[in-house]
Design a protein around this ligand. Structure first.
Ligand code: TYM
Length: 333
């Protein structure tokens, strides 16, 4: 069975973007693939997190993933820092990846902003840790949103250089799995920016635990334009906010943007937005309720994560040992 790995940072509550772009695709894969899903806390600290926030958000993220339909009986769900082999393989990869490769990463440039001198060195080598996450399990399929494409190409470069330099066939090629109309959900305030859990404006995103009235308000206040909806997606050119809202309705109702426009062409946003809010609430309210239930029993949640980490570590350690042997490390006797 093909092995799948994917991760999500506990740098906030998961957004509709995380859900539609990634998590929703993780769920059916549990039945057809050998899946590992990881709350990547080591990645989250590449940008400062208050300790109490990191702790709370790690549990919230795990609860959200379970509430979205991940089943610890069908997949391995765990926290990255519980399996130290991730950090160790990442160090080995720091010594394989080239500075020129990292310099090309657009996400570093976006996140570091204008003052890159002041970014953490962890943020710079972040893609090496991401490569380690995946390759530690020799996973070949990685379901992600569109923004992770470049990081996966880098992971393949690292795997290729490692295999070449040490004359082994240790690491496989990774295929990104980037699904559907919602591979890039945009901010509700600016249709040219992606929706992000770390955006300073909470109005820019729908969080999976937003109450119904909050969802309704955020959609009501979402930036739009005064024109009615066109008959086909071609008519959404130059209208990023309109395109985004149509894409969101298509994704939550399991239709194509063509089908959504066939139904709503000619409608203005005054009529369209309440329908979109209703569809979102119908989809997200059960997830929020289940998330709240899971968070009432943190002992059970922590125990599920411990079992996940044990299973993950059993798979990770042999690969780490192979990598170290290939590089010539003296094994501890
Ligand atoms: P993160 O935590 O930013 O996002 C988790 C997943 O959600 C997707 N995503 C989106 N999809 C559509 N529209 C959006 N607006 C949107 N925002 C986020 C992301 O593409 C991602 O799939 N580097 C990763 C975490 C990671 C990882 C890995 C992923 C660490 N190790 C190994 C795959 C494999 C990240 O920051 O995701």
């Amino acid at each position: 069975m093909q092995r799948v790995f994917s991760g999500i940072q506990p740098s906030g509550v998961p957004t509709l973007g995380n859900y539609l772009g990634a998590i929703r695709n993780w769920v059916p894969m549990q039945d057809t693939h050998d899946c590992l899903y990881c709350v990547v806390d080591l990645h989250a600290i590449t940008q400062f997190q208050k300790p109490e926030d990191l702790l709370r958000q790690t549990r919230e993220m795990a609860a959200a993933l379970l509430a979205c339909g991940l089943d610890p009986e069908k997949c391995v769900l765990f926290v990255q820092s519980h399996v130290p082999a991730h950090a160790e393989l990442a160090w080995l990869f720091n010594c394989v990846a080239r500075i020129g490769w990292l310099n090309r990463m657009t996400q570093f440039k976006d996140k570091a902003g204008k003052n890159a001198e002041n970014a953490s060195t962890g943020l710079y080598v972040y893609p090496n840790l991401m490569a380690a996450d995946i390759l530690l399990y020799k996973a070949t399929s990685v379901p992600v949103g569109d923004d992770q494409r470049q990081h996966l190409e880098l992971a393949n470069d690292i795997a290729g250089k490692f295999n070449h330099d040490y004359a082994v066939e240790l690491f496989p090629r990774i295929e990104p799995f980037i699904g559907g109309v919602a591979a890039r959900v945009m901010s509700l305030r600016d249709g040219t920016k992606k929706m992000s859990k770390s955006d300073p404006s909470d109005q820019s995103r729908i969080n999976l635990n937003d109450p119904d009235d909050e969802i309704r308000n955020k959609i009501k206040r979402a930036k739009t334009d005064p024109d009615p909806l066109p008959e086909t997606p071609a008519g959404l050119g130059g209208r990023p906010e309109a395109r985004n809202l149509v894409g969101i309705l298509a994704a939550v109702t399991g239709r194509s943007p063509e089908a959504v426009l066939a139904e709503h062409a000619g409608q203005g946003f005054g009529a369209f937005k309440p329908l979109l809010a209703d569809a979102l609430i119908a989809h997200l309210a059960p997830i929020r309720t289940e998330m709240e239930r899971l968070l009432r029993d943190t002992a059970a949640l922590d125990a599920a994560l411990r079992r996940g980490a044990e299973k993950a570590e059993a798979l990770a350690l042999p690969t780490l040992a192979e990598a170290k042997a290939a590089m010539g490390f003296l094994a501890r006797s």
